[in-house]
Design a protein. Structure first.
Lengths: 197, 809
């Protein structure tokens, strides 16, 4: 039995008007309803446990995506909601967290490395190879030129003050640890995160 | 947070001051409502603005921005004058009875040892008197005039209710009622919790705001107990983790500190770290510093860190200034002293004070690298976006790289929440387009630079060449491998005193007590040891069971240190080991050991009769009402006016603002005077937005689409400003044109007899994303930070406001 949404509403409306008991008791109108209700979308989705990216309450979230993680299927996140098992948020999300799906799929999500040359009026898309190669060159040249191995008193100080870094406070601790290793092994001291703001 | 989010439900009194949890941390705030409904708790809110948190408070009091220390010092005075402190707790667990050096003093706003030229203190007089064995002297009877509690009594004596009211503008009857509510929790079985956030930190006296309340909590016996504590609600999802892992100018993982120039050798460095106990029998846990430090160097430099080269101590950069914080970074940039800057998930053009200076400084760089999932303002600073970002690209020679990264949903890893829980999360989808993880990008830069140094040589490449990098995929290390690095492992078979092997070589460690200082263990972040053991990833645990429903959930994820959920929990019991509050015990002494629902704060068999203090990280084992030399501006908090303030400092007119603050000359010149900028402004966040990210999300951009300021009805009427009308708000540093929201939520305060108006400036808008373009609140804010942390003073500054015509449509 195929029914349009409008037809379904009409039919159930009529059924209810005629006999609501009939609808609840799986009479003809009830059959129509059962046939017309689409399967719950999330049943077919893959569920992933994650943590809200915004504040430090760190609400548990469930991310639902289409795709079964097969190598040849690209997952697409279709829904995010609070994790009812989480002991702090117990399934709830705030106005920020409830909009997580929109930040995952924001039109201003960046997709390609871009480069802006000195004096240029626009970005141009570049390859990762170009971007990382050029960055490594600029950093090495600056480090070689301005690295301070000893201070005026002759103490070994091994610091680099002319290139600095701000680290991401929504990145994982694992990212943080790797970032620390790279930045400090270069002697970087102008190094900070969002703890202050 | 010393406690957990759910533990807030155990409080008898919840004080929200310096925060607005109902709007900024809504899903955590539910535990405040739980406390009100299930525990008959009272909620007190002290805030310049009648916030949504205030709207459900039992008692709300307004306060002028930047005067919290005066308010709280008045509370301390009330508690001492009326003898409403938890005597047994204060006597046994704080330094109230310690005797301070005779040279210590406080005159006209300055503590002893001030140097006017350097704006800093010689802190040698801020210290206890010591006996022949080197232990601090104590007067258990509190009779000595220089014991801490008597010095404190004297220090706060000036903060009479009348004085507090003159400074803060808080009506006196509300203030007195709040004092009495605070005092009610001095009963041993009553607890108050303090919830705070940027409303306290973003001041030139931010750290002392927090100290003031911490002192009150000690006096009331509220630290370590269920429903008590000092609870910093914190901001970003992993700001706690980034701090724990030491991504701060002067920090190393696990709160070890980067060396200074004066610490020229490893032994000199160590000499100031292994704190000798200042009282007999105390733990002084930092005595283990060498174990943490050597294990860390082994984790990052592997075999290249040896006893012979002092564990590669010289490979760590040394600092010649206290901090290369962000305010200093932009000062250096503005002066042409920096070449490059990397912004990883950080948008300083929006986030740091004096936007004009930030924009100008970025334009002086040779190169700027941004790594972000979103199109940030910082990465587009050079582009002309009209009045919201005026620019001439042709004049800006900065090379800019905009690197697309994954977001939270596209990676595995752990985040540390404000209750110190390390929670693991899983990847749900691939990143869009060519976006890559920060791990992949940082590894890519590392490999390329290391290769260049191998081929070309160059400035001191040793640390880079020897950096330990034993990952299955060296170009994209697995987060689990990095977690194991931080947890740490045995490098040889570890044996106990009898010679039996306790941990086999190569195995992951169970806890930081296993760390050694002889190079036989490695751990990248000692406080995380125990998070990823041979039993598996403890951060991924999902057992939400909660003994006695007391808000601990000890088997959910993993908390540092040692899975302890309430810090200083020894203080939840009296000196004999019985819970102060028998209805909500945390740990208790059962005659042979400490047992309870949480991991005890020290060895479980430490007998109460050993008199080991609960504050094991402090050398005296006690909570500090007197901070010794730990703070920049004094061992007791003192009220100093914000750097831009409408009022004199009526306590000591000659010392108006924080005398130990570091202010760069150009920034000082950019401070406004009350004659030109007569109104107090304060920045804040809306519940619909998170910083500058959610304007990229359509639903949030629809909910709060455009920049506005909040203004009280009285001032609006005076200035002819109507609801929804356009206004121009200006400070010495810049101006913003936006709409005005005229509100009853902000009322004029009477400060020292004069009406003072406060203007609220929400900060979420910029020129990228889906919301309407905005100028950004940081256009207005001053570039001065807290004297200890350099957290910028976003919460109290001066502006003018005028009616304006809107932009041409």
């Amino acid at each position: 039995m195929q029914l349009s949404r409008r037809g379904f509403i009409k039919l159930t409306g009529a059924g209810l008007a005629a006999s609501s008991l009939g609808a609840l008791g799986f009479g003809p109108a009830g059959e129509a309803m059962a046939a017309a209700v689409r399967p719950f979308k999330l049943v077919a989705a893959t569920e992933t446990r994650n943590t809200c990216t915004y504040c430090s309450v760190a609400c548990g979230i469930l991310i639902y995506s289409m795709g079964d993680r097969a190598k040849n299927a690209r997952s697409n996140i279709i829904h995010i909601e609070g994790d009812p098992d989480h002991p702090v948020n117990r399934g709830t999300l705030c106005p920020k967290g409830a909009g997580l799906l929109d930040v995952v799929h924001a039109p201003t999500r960046l997709k390609t490395p871009r480069y802006r040359a000195p004096g240029a009026s626009e970005f141009k898309e570049v390859s990762w190879e170009f971007a990382l190669g050029r960055i490594a060159r600029l950093m090495k040249d600056d480090r070689d030129k301005n690295f301070i191995d000893k201070n005026k008193a002759g103490t070994t100080v091994n610091r680099w003050t002319t290139t600095g870094m701000l680290a991401a406070s929504a990145s994982s601790s694992e990212t943080a640890y790797l970032t620390w290793k790279v930045a400090r092994s270069l002697g970087m001291v102008v190094f900070d995160n969002q703890a202050r703001v | 947070m010393t406690n957990t989010w759910q533990d807030i439900k155990n409080a008898n009194l919840v004080v929200v001051m310096g925060g607005n949890a109902a709007e900024a941390h809504p899903c955590g705030f539910k535990w405040v409502i739980e406390a009100k409904i299930e525990n008959s708790a009272k909620l007190v809110v002290i805030d310049p603005r009648f916030t949504r948190t205030a709207s459900v408070a039992d008692k709300y009091a307004p306060i002028r921005p930047g005067t919290d220390i005066a308010f709280l010092s008045g509370v301390i005075r009330y508690l001492l004058a009326n003898d409403r402190i938890q005597h047994e707790y204060v006597r046994a667990y704080t330094n109230a009875g310690m005797i301070v050096k005779e040279e210590f003093g406080f005159v006209d706003g300055l503590f002893s040892g001030y140097n006017e030229d350097t704006h800093s203190y010689d802190k040698s007089s801020w210290e206890y008197e010591f006996d022949e064995q080197g232990f601090a002297k104590v007067d258990e009877t509190w009779q000595h005039p220089r014991c801490v509690i008597n010095l404190l009594r004297k220090h706060v004596d000036r903060y009479t209710p009348e004085m507090v009211t003159r400074i803060c503008g808080t009506p006196i009857e509300k203030y007195m009622e709040i004092c009495e509510l605070f005092a009610s929790t001095s009963a041993p079985d009553k607890a108050m919790t303090s919830l705070f956030a940027l409303g306290w930190t973003q001041h030139s006296v931010g750290a002392q705001n927090i100290r003031s309340m911490a002192m009150i909590q000690l006096l009331l016996g509220n630290i370590g107990v269920a429903g008590g504590g000092m609870n910093a609600l914190r901001g970003h999802s992993n700001i706690q983790g980034l701090t724990d892992v030491g991504l701060l100018s002067n920090a190393m993982p696990g709160y070890l500190t980067l060396p200074y120039d004066r610490e020229d050798t490893f032994e000199t460095y160590m000499s100031t770290k292994q704190f000798k106990p200042l009282r007999p029998g105390q733990i002084s846990y930092w005595q283990n510093y060498r174990k943490f430090m050597v294990s860390f160097q082994k984790a990052i430099y592997g075999d290249a860190a040896t006893a012979e080269n002092n564990w590669a101590y010289d490979w760590l950069p040394k600092l010649d200034v206290p901090l290369y914080d962000i305010i200093r970074a932009f000062e250096m940039m503005d002066k042409g002293e920096m070449t490059g800057y990397i912004c990883q998930g950080f948008n300083p053009l929006q986030a740091f004070p004096d936007r004009g200076k930030i924009r100008r400084s970025l334009g002086k760089l040779k190169y700027l690298i941004t790594m972000d999932p979103l199109d940030t303002e910082t990465s587009r600073f050079w582009e002309d976006f009209g009045p919201q970002n005026p620019s001439k690209p042709e004049d800006i020679q900065t090379e800019v790289f905009q690197l697309p990264t994954t977001c939270f949903a596209e990676e595995n890893g752990s985040l540390v929440n404000s209750a110190r829980w390390l929670q693991w999360h899983w990847k749900a989808a691939e990143a869009p387009g060519m976006a890559k993880s920060d791990i992949w990008i940082m590894s890519g830069i590392f490999h390329r630079m290391r290769e260049m140094y191998r081929k070309e040589g160059g400035a001191f490449p040793d640390p880079l060449l020897h950096l330990s990098w034993n990952y299955t995929d060296p170009h994209d290390p697995d987060p689990e491998e990095l977690s194991k690095d931080m947890n740490g492992r045995a490098l040889v078979d570890l044996k106990d005193a009898s010679g039996a092997v306790t941990v086999h070589a190569g195995k992951l460690l169970d806890g930081f007590a296993q760390l050694r200082d002889d190079g036989t263990t490695a751990s990248g972040c000692w406080i995380f040891t125990g998070s990823f053991t041979e039993k598996g990833n403890q951060m991924a645990r999902r057992d939400a069971s909660d003994p006695r429903e007391q808000g601990i959930a000890p088997n959910w994820a993993w908390a540092w240190p040692a899975n302890r959920r309430i810090l200083y929990n020894r203080a939840s019991a009296d000196p004999a080991g019985k819970a102060w509050n028998p209805g909500k015990p945390v740990i208790e002494w059962n005659g042979t050991q400490w047992t309870g629902i949480d991991v005890p704060d020290y060895t479980p068999t430490t007998k109460p009769s050993d008199s080991v203090g609960p504050f094991i990280m402090n050398a005296e084992g006690l909570g500090r009402l007197f901070a010794r030399d730990q703070m920049a501006e004094g061992p007791f908090p003192e009220h100093y006016e914000p750097f831009e303030s409408p009022s004199e400092n009526i306590l000591h007119p000659k010392v108006k603002s924080n005398p130990a603050a570091r202010v760069f000359a150009d920034d000082r010149a950019a401070m406004g005077k009350v004659a030109d900028f007569p109104y107090v402004a304060t920045t804040y966040r809306l519940t619909e937005h998170f910083h500058f990210w959610t304007k990229h999300a359509l639903i949030n951009a629809i909910l709060q689409p455009e920049e506005f300021i909040e203004i009280g009805e009285v001032l609006a009427k005076q200035k002819g400003i109507v609801q929804g009308g356009w206004v121009k708000v200006s400070s010495k540093r810049g101006w913003v044109t936006c709409k005005a929201y005229v509100t009853k939520r902000i009322k004029p305060l009477i400060v020292d007899g004069k009406p003072t108006h406060v203007i609220g400036v929400p900060l979420h808008w910029g020129f990228t994303g889906q919301a309407r373009k905005g100028f950004g609140a940081n256009t207005l804010t001053p570039s001065v930070g807290d004297a200890n942390t350099q957290t910028p003073e976003f919460k109290a500054f001066l502006v003018n406001i005028e009616r304006a015509t809107g932009p041409a449509v």
